[in-house]
Design a protein around this ligand. Structure first.
Ligand SMILES: *[C@@H]1O[C@H](CO)[C@@H](O)[C@H](O)[C@H]1NC(C)=O
Ligand SMILES: *[C@@H]1O[C@H](CO)[C@@H](O)[C@H](O)[C@H]1NC(C)=O
Ligand SMILES: *[C@@H]1O[C@H](CO)[C@@H](O)[C@H](O)[C@H]1NC(C)=O
Ligand SMILES: *[C@@H]1O[C@H](CO)[C@@H](O)[C@H](O)[C@H]1NC(C)=O
Ligand SMILES: *[C@@H]1O[C@H](CO)[C@@H](O)[C@H](O)[C@H]1NC(C)=O
Ligand SMILES: *[C@@H]1O[C@H](CO)[C@@H](O)[C@H](O)[C@H]1NC(C)=O
Length: 487
């Protein structure tokens, strides 16, 4: 038997860091005594890096994620939640400030919003200013200049952010045993789709830079990865998810042991999705569902689940290796399209703080406002009984995402263009029925998109083409759709 490949690391850097190496990231915000937040709820926000919804609670039949499924069983789960840009720093700065990338003006990794676009408040900053103590463990803000090399300290945090070391887990491979290679399927649509405009394709350059991938001599930009290697990548990803799941399990069972499950709101999400061979693509860096679709769920004590009785454990640790770990009750699922940028308003609302007002346009000089929605309306269970159609209108909801490109064809920096190199912006909307994207000229000096300079378009219908493999932009009458592209 040949040895398994090394676990994914860096490059797929983020997968490496947060999943396989296990430093998933969270914010613990506990109410400070003796303040107006005395009887407020704690907030535990778990932000997983690079996690697509390959989870039991999202219907994945292969992946073993019993602890996250258990959290889902006590939560409200959003089935159709989307990131605003499928790359770490822009996505995180967007949802942590409650503003879209066109307002944070961060499409790459290279600027700090407080000096680059506006001095916007963040979720943790807002809670801190309302009497909470806020703490960051692992990767909450993206490291580097995009959070001023300080995880936005001191503004966002009451204590210096804590970065536990993860290197010692680098060669931990026991979780691969959960996924024998012969059981790993390939992506159902591993071909680069006919009719895909070249500007839409991300050439996954950072994965190509790995030594083991270089040895495969894969042609740039479309050459496929050999299928055996594809299986190994998928195996490593799923193993990472199960390892991450055990860490969530330990964290939540500690919450139980500290008797905090009855007064802590838990939000669980990821910064963006991850392609594992779909459309012949890997990693993130695109507008497809597979890279923008994220898990999103909220546990609210006494609201999404009954308050635990004295001594009762809501989150007993579940062992993913235990074949008897049962399928969990699925919890409540919401199908409406929602956006990560709504996290700010929703957490504020759930904690009983004043929900920041909707942003004016433009809002660069407004410190505190939000571009997302307060998703709390979905938590009103009694309304559902009184009005069964309350949640029956997903056709009204839209999720916006965007992705920048330096050129019309894939090239070395197509995945991660620096601001100055951006020439095209792909603006994308996802409704319950379709995904519609236009790639338009973009001036990075003025931050101006030119919607009359259309480079390419994509249109995929959810019912007939759920995996987005048949672009019908050119063969349908889609003119009426354009107007809704500007949020
Ligand atoms: C930005 O906002 C923070 C917190 O609200 C404040 O302390 C800081 O002085 C502001 N900076 C500027 C340049 O306005
Ligand atoms: C960013 O960090 C530098 C170095 O610590 C500091 O001097 C500067 O004031 C920070 N920027 C802001 C906007 O706080
Ligand atoms: C692998 O697939 C076989 C055949 O479907 C199944 O019996 C076995 O339980 C699977 N193994 C794992 C670890 O899922
Ligand atoms: C790599 O592939 C190219 C063609 O795609 C071929 O010309 C070249 O010889 C290959 N190199 C190695 C080391 O196999
Ligand atoms: C939570 O549980 C602890 C221990 O059982 C109890 O002391 C506390 O009052 C409970 N808090 C709420 C909000 O129910
Ligand atoms: C809590 O107190 C702070 C400071 O006094 C105030 O700014 C904030 O609005 C208060 N929050 C609530 C929810 O009353």
């Amino acid at each position: 038997m040949s040895p398994p490949p090394p676990p994914p690391q860096c490059g797929w850097r983020l997968l490496g860091f947060s999943l396989f190496l296990g430093s998933f990231c969270f914010v613990l915000e506990s109410a400070e005594l003796g303040n107006n937040a005395t009887d407020a709820l704690n907030i535990l926000l778990i932000i997983v890096d690079d996690l697509r919804p390959s989870l039991g609670c999202y219907g994945d039949k292969l992946v073993r994620s019993p602890n996250i499924d258990q959290l889902a069983s006590h939560s409200i789960l959003f089935q159709n939640a989307f990131a605003q840009q499928a790359v770490c720093a822009p996505s995180r700065v967007s949802f942590l400030t409650g503003r879209r990338p066109d307002t944070t003006r961060l499409y790459d990794f290279n600027s700090y919003w407080r000096v680059h676009s506006g001095n916007f408040s963040t979720i943790p900053q807002y809670f801190k200013e309302n009497g909470y103590m806020t703490m960051s463990v692992g990767k909450v803000f993206h490291p580097g200049i995009s959070s001023n090399h300080s995880d936005d300290s001191p503004y966002s945090w009451s204590f210096p952010p804590y970065h536990p070391s993860t290197e010692k887990y680098e060669n931990t491979k026991e979780f691969q045993k959960l996924y024998p290679l012969e059981n790993i399927t390939l992506a159902p649509d591993p071909q680069v789709p006919d009719g895909l405009p070249p500007v839409a394709y991300n050439p996954w350059m950072d994965i190509r830079e790995r030594e083991d991938v270089q040895a495969l001599n894969i042609s740039v930009p479309y050459g496929p990865i050999p299928v055996d290697f594809q299986r190994k990548i998928r195996q490593s990803y799923f193993a990472s998810v199960s390892y991450l799941d055990t860490q969530v399990g330990h964290l939540l069972s500690a919450l139980d042991d500290l008797h905090l499950a009855n007064n802590t709101i838990i939000a669980f999400t990821s910064d963006h999705g991850w392609a594992l061979g779909e459309h012949g693509e890997w990693a993130k860096y695109s507008n497809f569902d597979v890279t923008t679709h994220v898990p999103l769920m909220f546990y609210v004590p006494g609201k999404t689940a009954p308050l635990p009785g004295v001594g009762e454990k809501l989150f007993p640790y579940q062992d993913p290796f235990d074949p008897t770990s049962e399928l969990m009750d699925p919890g409540r699922h919401i199908v409406d399209l929602v956006e990560l940028v709504s996290l700010f308003a929703t957490l504020a609302g759930l904690a009983g703080l004043q929900v920041p007002p909707q942003c004016p346009i433009p809002s660069f000089h407004v410190k505190l406002c939000r571009e997302g929605q307060n998703l709390q309306k979905h938590f009103q269970l009694h309304d559902l009984e009184e009005d069964p159609h309350f949640l029956g209108n997903p056709r009204e909801s839209i999720a916006y995402s965007q992705y920048p490109r330096p050129s019309d064809s894939p090239q070395w920096n197509s995945d991660k263009p620096s601001l100055k190199d951006i020439k095209i912006m792909g603006y994308s909307i996802r409704t319950i029925d379709y995904r519609y994207t236009v790639w338009v000229g973009f001036n990075p000096a003025e931050f101006l998109a030119n919607f009359s300079d259309i480079h390419a378009g994509e249109l995929y219908f959810v019912d007939s083409d759920p995996l987005q493999d048949h672009n019908v932009y050119n063969d349908s009458q889609h003119g009426g759709l354009t107007h809704s592209l500007k949020p």
